[in-house]
Design a protein around this ligand. Structure first.
Ligand SMILES: [Zn+2]
Length: 119
């Protein structure tokens, strides 16, 4: 599969796929990763593990934890604990629009006891 095919299939566009392949873009958003994984017929988790994270200390485990936290918030959970310190999280959902103008919801949370923020 070429970058062009992949760009088309994943709807990310050829330029972004080329940038991702060239390592210019090494940090995919959850949505982009899902699109790419679908185009490649692999699990999003596979991509997550091969994504380069040169300047970020965040581990795959921490990232998955944040993502599942986000999903829980979007599903209506409000009694969540901070993954960093176990303190109380203030959770909310922010409505927005994606690049195609479709409405999307973003999970937001911050910890009352430490600097942890989910956005
Ligand atoms: Zn905390």
């Amino acid at each position: 599969m070429t970058a062009r095919d992949l760009g088309k299939l994943s709807r990310l566009g050829i330029i972004r796929v080329e940038e991702i392949e060239a390592g210019m873009e090494t940090w995919l958003s959850s949505t982009d990763r899902q699109l790419l994984a679908k185009a490649l017929s692999v699990e999003p988790r596979v991509l997550l593990e091969v994504e380069a994270r040169p300047n970020l200390e965040e581990s795959v485990a921490q990232r998955l934890e944040r993502e599942s936290l986000g999903e829980a918030i979007l599903e209506g959970a409000r009694d969540l604990e901070c993954p960093e310190c176990g303190g109380t999280l203030k959770c909310s959902i922010q409505e927005g629009y994606d690049i195609e103008g479709k409405p999307v919801a973003f999970a937001k949370a911050f910890c009352v006891s430490c600097p942890f923020v989910l956005r």
